[in-house]
Design a protein around this ligand. Structure first.
Ligand code: HEC
Ligand code: HEC
Ligand code: HEC
Ligand code: HEC
Ligand code: HEC
Ligand code: HEC
Ligand code: HEC
Length: 282
């Protein structure tokens, strides 16, 4: 009786994974690892449905099953309409923050111009955010749409240090602007508004004052409208340098020419009338 029970129990444990396996959806990659799998879109275009297994397994989501994101897949697949993935199932905090941002507002009106989760993180190759590699990549990511602000950031103290390779304590775009709840500076709720900029600086500059927070971290020496003092100082310095070099270079050239002419004349004079060995006619 005892042995029978034991056999029964072990048979059950052996069968359990098999029965569970039978309930799993079909192995998605048996079809989606095919590089040529495509879907026809309107206007004769196609969309690749290929998923690179290696990238996927190395991503932060590599241990999740495909259907934990693609919740809409049914037995009828591929004739079903699985619908869009909702990152908020697992990242509700980020989704709520993003919904309040200017990016979400603009994205809703025109998806081509503003970023959503996928523009900044990707789909099947999403990586951890606290790595040096990702942090550096965010500069180009924000910079591809905010070129002027990337340029002015790299032109001022924080950006110059980051450009030299130090990202540890230095603020990147999102340290000041936040990553998900980005708002225009004119909105009092923005991290960089007049009301809240000081708190943002205080996060790292422990004795920052209101005056310190007014330091323009995007000061632009090429814009007379945004940074008139920097613009005029830069222009005057350039003019002084141009003026100095403009005088010095021709002056030096003329000096050489004069020297050369004088030497030639001296040689000529001494050739026709050689000085006496004894020191002249004294
Ligand atoms: C038998 C092969 C096959 C299997 C297995 C399969 N798919 Fe697909 N899948 C397809 C084909 C074919 C399409 C294109 C359907 C179409 O043209 O609308 C597709 C489309 C998709 C799409 C895009 C839908 C859209 O309309 O944009 C997603 C997402 C997807 N599959 C996910 C999955 C997931 C997740 C699994 C595993 C649970 C899976 N597939 C299993 C063949 C397969
Ligand atoms: C972290 C969530 C997540 C996981 C896990 C995931 N996907 Fe996706 N997948 C997405 C998102 C986001 C899209 C973009 C379209 C959308 O929003 O539905 C997408 C799109 C797709 C597409 C349409 C083609 C494309 O690349 O846009 C296919 C096919 C697909 N996934 C298959 C898979 C398969 C197979 C797996 C498992 C190996 C998987 N997905 C796992 C989030 C995920
Ligand atoms: C404009 C670019 C951008 C958009 C849009 C964006 N993110 Fe992020 N996300 C970032 C950056 C940069 C970080 C790293 C900074 C941080 O941790 O605050 C990050 C961090 C994260 C993290 C890790 C948070 C942590 O504390 O470790 C998650 C999860 C995340 N994002 C999910 C999302 C989701 C979901 C969406 C869509 C609602 C989204 N992101 C939209 C840029 C973006
Ligand atoms: C089914 C749940 C689930 C869904 C849906 C999901 N994620 Fe994740 N996500 C996770 C888990 C689990 C981790 C790993 C957390 C960890 O390792 O600390 C993670 C990690 C991340 C990270 C890295 C966070 C870090 O700490 O560096 C980012 C970024 C991220 N997800 C973005 C997204 C985006 C964008 C989507 C939508 C396309 C999405 N996730 C959908 C479960 C999910
Ligand atoms: C795909 C393009 C795109 C990406 C990527 C992007 N943005 Fe934006 N961003 C926009 C658009 C569009 C607006 C709406 C205001 C506008 O027209 O300039 C905006 C608005 C802003 C604003 C408010 C300024 C204003 O004029 O309203 C800030 C601050 C901002 N983004 C910072 C960032 C940061 C920081 C990142 C990176 C983490 C980033 N953005 C990534 C397109 C983008
Ligand atoms: C040290 C903090 C800090 C960092 C780092 C920073 N910014 Fe800013 N940013 C500010 C402040 C403060 C303002 C508001 C004053 C101004 O416009 O110069 C601002 C303004 C902006 C605006 C215009 C906002 C508006 O509503 O007009 C954009 C866009 C922007 N930053 C993008 C970026 C991008 C992209 C990066 C990274 C390349 C970045 N910022 C890095 C603090 C920062
Ligand atoms: C994520 C941290 C961080 C944030 C946020 C930050 N800074 Fe800095 N900043 C630094 C570090 C680190 C240095 C290097 C010198 C130091 O330690 O003071 C620095 C240097 C500077 C310098 C030049 C050197 C000095 O100390 O005078 C100025 C000016 C400056 N920051 C202004 C600002 C302003 C204005 C803000 C707020 C809008 C701000 N920073 C926000 C980290 C930060």
């Amino acid at each position: 009786m005892k042995i029978q029970g034991l056999l029964y129990a072990s048979a059950l444990t052996l069968l359990l994974p098999l029965t569970l396996g039978a309930q799993e959806p079909p192995n998605c990659l048996s079809c989606h690892a095919d590089k040529d799998l495509k879907k026809d879109l309107a206007g004769g275009k196609t969309q690749s449905l290929f998923v690179e297994q290696k990238d996927y397994l190395q991503s932060v989501h590599g241990s999740l099953s495909c259907t934990s994101c693609h919740t809409g897949i049914t037995d009828a697949h591929p004739s079903d309409q699985p619908g869009k993935v909702d990152c908020g199932i697992c990242h509700s905090q980020e989704v709520e923050a993003y919904k309040k941002s200017i990016h979400a507002q603009v994205f809703e009106a025109d998806p081509a111009t503003a970023p959503d989760c996928l523009s900044c993180h990707g789909t099947h190759q999403i990586q951890k955010v606290n790595t040096d590699k990702y942090k550096r990549a965010t500069l180009d990511q924000c910079g591809q749409c905010h070129e002027d602000y990337k340029r002015t950031y790299l032109d001022t103290y924080h950006g110059k240090v980051v450009d030299l390779g130090e990202t540890k304590d230095m603020p990147l775009c999102w340290d000041c602007h936040s990553a998900h709840e980005i708002l225009p500076a004119s909105d009092p709720q923005s991290n960089v508004s007049k009301e809240r900029a000081l708190a943002t600086c205080l996060y790292c500059h422990k004795d920052a004052t209101t005056k310190f927070a007014q330091y323009d971290v995007h000061s632009d020496r090429f814009s007379v409208k945004k940074s008139p003092i920097e613009f005029w100082t830069y222009l005057v310095m350039i003019l002084i340098v141009c003026f100095a070099f403009g005088l010095w270079v021709p002056h030096t050239i003329l000096w050489f020419v004069r020297d050369w002419l004088e030497n030639r004349k001296k040689k000529k004079d001494s050739g026709s009338n050689p000085p006496s060995e004894t020191g002249g006619g004294a």
